[in-house]
Design a protein around this ligand. Sequence first.
Ligand code: HEM
Length: 296
Amino acid sequence: MAAYDSTARLRRVPVAQPGFVEELSDSEDDNIFVPRPEKVTTATTTATEAAATPTETQEAAPSKPRKSRKKRLRVEEEDDYSPYLDIVRVVTFLLVASCGVSYLVSNGESYFWGMKNKPDYLKLSWWKLQYNGPKYLTLDELARYDGTNPNAPVYLSINGSIYDVSAGRHIYGPGGSYHYFAGVDASRGFVTGCFAEDRTGDVRGVEEMFLPLDNPEIDSYWTPEELAKKKEDELHEARKRVQGAVKHWSEFFRKSTKYSYVGQLVRELGWEGELKPLCKVAQDGRGFRTSPKEED
Ligand code: HEM
């Protein structure tokens, strides 16, 4: 253990010990006791002050520690080097360059080489969604995005999922052929085709449109038991068709490259209200069962 005299302790300079001094001279830059040049000549030191104590400054600023310090900094920098940063730089450059070339080649039409089904992560809307998270809107809030406000986006909902369809404002905005779908969840209308009447997400009873009408003459081909079983199968099939139609349009919007997912509709329990009768157009589209004779 190194011994210290009392004055040396005050000066924070260790007493010279054989061995100990030698060790210091090897790595004097790591020694916190060695005075640093910049601590003596600080930025606030005036020229007069510096001139007044020239010997002090000269003595306190030996050139050797400066050099070794630089060397040490360089070594530290080399230690900090990470190849991942370079990889990120190169990949980013290639992506940006690819987008730029695609934009030029496609005459400003596409940044991604005209890809039709580009992955979600190549869409700006997907990144926005990751950053902002999904929106949760009530029916009243959704109604504000029906396209009547030219400064607001146009939203529609299907099966509770909300999509931004602003890219099709001419279709969904006022005067567009599918304006009925904007600002609402019109899942029912998507199935029945009654756009004006069925601006609701309530699809209860819609399966009726796929159920054949009873006809005593045709139905007499089956025994009452056979007919009951047949009707059961028909109901099962009709429900599947409703689900299929909703799924078809849901996927149309979800997979669309023009439109983007926004969030979910928040509806209170019992939002459906009273059971709606099947709209006239859908009702008129119903036919009779096919008799076994006709099937042959
Ligand atoms: C249940 C029935 C129907 C539903 C739910 C439906 C739904 C839709 C939807 C959502 C679009 C917009 C696609 C987009 O955003 O790009 C569309 C476009 C279109 N539909 Fe229908 N449709 C139905 C029946 C029909 C029928 C019967 C016709 C023909 C008489 C028709 C003709 C068109 C046309 C021409 C377009 C293109 C509109 C445009 O780009 O301006 N649709 N349909």
